[in-house]
Design a protein around this ligand. Structure first.
Ligand code: FE2
Length: 236
């Protein structure tokens, strides 16, 4: 399943019949028409059990990270967008329209954090990590000389991101690159195609690793990265 496929929000619209929903007010004969109501953005299911990534990421961490943090971004966005121009947009449309717009930052932050977390869950898998094979191995060697250099660059991006943010493997004009973004920001707003990501917000690792972000990042790279997902994203 590609990122585009899973990110397509299934947002059906409840088309209320204006006639059926209209209500005549007794005084003045005014009529109120109910508008179409957008179905809420939904929290996508985790692609594995909460315990599936242990011991690298514990079920306790996943329970809070997915069930509290990710869910909160969904709940927040569903309070922010009704009645706005974004009410019936996809997440990608909301992210691209609100990126860098000062008075839309809350909408951007929550929309991007929903997208980033769904992408992150899919960037990981049980018994993943280590050297990719096949076409992805060739692309990693072409871009970074070797897998070891790739790992060093990704670790450096993930550990040097000051404060909250994300480390990403992206494709830009056909070439692979590693980038880092602060807070909720996403490389798609800069014309890059995300292939994999690592969440380096403290909530991603603090229960298991406390301040040892580097140890967490190394374990994720060695044991959890989902190269199949990266390859599907590369293929678009
Ligand atoms: Fe997170």
């Amino acid at each position: 399943m590609s990122s585009e496929q899973f990110m397509k929000t299934r947002r059906n619209f409840v088309k209320l019949s204006a006639v059926a929903a209209s209500a005549s007010l007794l005084s003045g004969g005014l009529t109120v028409f109910a508008r179409g109501v957008a179905a809420p953005i939904t929290l996508p299911p985790l692609p594995y059990a909460e315990s599936a990534l242990a011991p690298v990421i514990s079920a306790n961490t996943l329970s809070f990270h997915y069930g509290k943090h990710h869910k909160a971004y969904v709940d927040n966005l569903n309070k922010l967008i009704p009645g706005t121009e974004y009410a019936d947009n996809s997440l990608e449309q909301i992210i691209k329209k609100t990126a860098g717009v000062a008075d839309k930052q809350a909408i951007f932050n929550n929309a991007a954090q929903i997208w980033n977390h769904t992408f992150y869950w899919n960037s990981l898998k049980p018994n993943g990590g280590g050297k990719p094979t096949g076409e992805m191995a060739k692309k990693i060697d072409a871009a970074f000389t070797s897998y070891d250099n790739f790992k060093k660059e990704l670790s450096a991006a993930a550990t040097s991101q000051f404060g909250s943010g994300w480390a990403w493997l992206v494709a830009e004009k056909g070439a692979l690159k590693i980038v880092k973004t602060p807070n909720a920001e996403n490389p798609m707003t800069k014309g890059q195609t995300p292939l994999l990501t690592i969440d380096v917000w403290e909530h991603a690792y603090y229960l298991d690793y406390q301040n040892r972000r580097a140890d967490h990042v190394t374990a994720v790279i060695d044991k959890l990265l989902n190269w199949d997902f990266a390859m599907k994203n590369m293929a678009g």
